[in-house]
Design a protein around this ligand. Structure first.
Ligand code: F6R
Length: 260
């Protein structure tokens, strides 16, 4: 696992946008895994700027979102489909038909989850998966004690996540309790995982994910199993990492031939 510690959220966003720009330039039909929430907002804003000002194109890119609320219609402003449309797909030139979202309104959600996994396989799998981390260590909406081998399925949000996400809704009572999320096993099949965390509230979950034991109680610790995982954090989110100086020295001395 590579831990990249940068000064602030703006530097984190530019660093991750650089990774995506390199990928999409080398492989215009790359498959991106998209996260929602506050953490990737700066990355989406930077990609939109690069599209507008420098012609970075996503015309052939395919994308799969991590998760979706159950029961929110796709055009609800807080559905994750609407979120990604607002911040990414409507402001770059990606074909909206190529942005896939787990179906939280399907009559048969289990069948829809299996179909989603099949679609990801048909696309050749995800090249770069953007991730955030929950205060409780969740990855996607895989809450603590999610199986590390799980696939796309229905999950129930914890009180902590309902509280955290209430800021996007009028009140905690309006946050749907149930979600569809790619499983941890699904996420681990992406070729490159890039987890973004900024702010002091993320310091504890980041430390547990990176330096704690591999355990389902902290789903993000599953990154330890992945051969190409990059954790990009600002100083505040890195503040509880025991080996922070080692990560800084490693990054500062990174050989130029090593990929990002
Ligand atoms: C979003 C997602 C969640 C968030 C996490 C952090 O698609 O799957 O795991 O990444 O809840 O949310 P923020 O970034 O809002 O702190």
């Amino acid at each position: 696992m590579e831990i990249v510690i940068l000064r602030d959220a703006a530097d984190v966003a530019e660093y991750v946008a650089d990774c995506i720009e390199r990928l999409v330039t080398a492989r215009p039909d790359a498959v991106l895994g998209l996260a929602t929430g506050s953490s990737p907002l700066g990355v989406y804003a930077s990609l939109a700027r690069r599209h507008r000002d420098a012609g970075l194109s996503f015309a052939q890119v395919r994308a799969f979102q991590l998760d979706e609320y159950i029961g929110l219609p796709p055009d609800h402003p807080e559905s994750y489909r609407s979120f990604v449309a607002r911040h990414f797909s409507d402001v770059v030139d990606i074909d909206p038909a190529n942005v896939h979202v787990p179906d939280g309104c399907a009559a048969d959600v289990t069948a829809a989850c299996a179909a989603y996994e099949a679609l990801m396989r048909e696309a050749g799998g995800v090249d770069l998966q953007l991730l955030g981390i929950g205060a409780d260590g969740h990855l996607g909406f895989n809450e603590p004690t999610s199986s590390l081998a799980s696939r796309t399925r229905v999950k129930t949000l914890t009180e902590q996540t309902l509280l955290d996400n209430a800021r996007f809704f009028g009140s905690i009572d309006e946050v749907p309790r149930h979600v569809v999320t790619q499983g941890i096993g699904t996420i681990l099949e992406a070729r490159h995982l890039v987890l973004i965390a900024t702010g002091v509230a993320k310091a504890e979950p980041v430390a547990r994910a990176v330096e704690g034991p591999l355990a389902a109680i902290c789903p993000a610790s599953a990154l330890q199993l992945h051969p190409h995982a990059t954790v990009v954090v600002d100083e505040a989110a890195a503040s509880k990492l025991t080996l922070a100086d080692y990560y800084r020295a490693t990054f500062a001395n990174k050989p130029s031939w090593q990929h990002s």
